[in-house]
Ligand binder design. Sequence first.
Ligand code: ADP
Ligand code: MG
Length: 280
Amino acid sequence: MEMVHHVSSLRSTTGVGHDINQPILELKEVSVRFHNAPALNDVSFQLHKGERVAVIGPNGAGKSTLFNVISGVLSPTLGNVNIYGHRPGEHICIAYVPQRSHVDWKFPVNVADVVMMGRARKLGLFRWPRRQDWDYVNDSLELVGMAHLAKRQIGELSGGQQQRVFIARALAQEAELMLMDEPLTGLDVKSQEEIFSILEKLRQRAVTIMVATHDLNLAAERFDRLMLLNGHILGFGKAKEVFTADLLNQAYSGQLRLIETANGTMVLSDTCCGGGEPHG
Ligand code: ADP
Ligand code: MG
């Protein structure tokens, strides 16, 4: 459970240098076991800067675990994760936009304060926010269309607004790699569209984005590549390559409703996890 006020690490104010000859993200043979039960098995891939990837797979597929090892919250049991050639824990360019159900929304803090937390590691322990930090906060809130609600308590916002505040926090952090865990779950279509139009704006900044989602059709339409996960990577590429009846059935073991069309496989729904999310 993430407290809204929680700052994951105050270790470094500058982060480490980037080796720009290395990929922004590279996983090599990463496995994660919890009490000997495998959650991720032999996961290897690279991302290009500015790329948008949707991570899909049934509940328990390891999507959140994958994001946890990338952000450095969790160490892999085997293998390694590199961000521009360095371990994730040393970086401040990764932002984790948490699953809404994992946030303590009762914590009394306003929108601007949440976004300022994105500056925390730049500030370090011994510096108060300066004018420039507030500029980052305001610009980020502008970009997500939440500047007019800067003084509002975070718990009073709608789900879509809360999600936008966390995106603003990632922007204030000057994140280059944004990990978003099910940002669309429980949002209405209009709020989902707002999130996508924000992600569209981030293209100009070449922010690299990984989004875990259960919406397979949106994933296919809106992302550069799809990663189909179920403990290990079953497919990673364009929708055409990944959305085959064979791979989808392997991942979801028949829990999907598929129709074959002349253009390939169309997914009707991911029935394993329909409906909103638990709240509170
Ligand atoms: P997803 O996000 O795709 O639903 P998760 O990454 O949450 O999947 O979980 C993958 C597997 O790892 C599941 O079997 C889950 O029960 C297990 N798991 C995840 N986190 C923990 C943990 N902290 N301790 C023990 N098991 C865990
Ligand atoms: Mg998850």
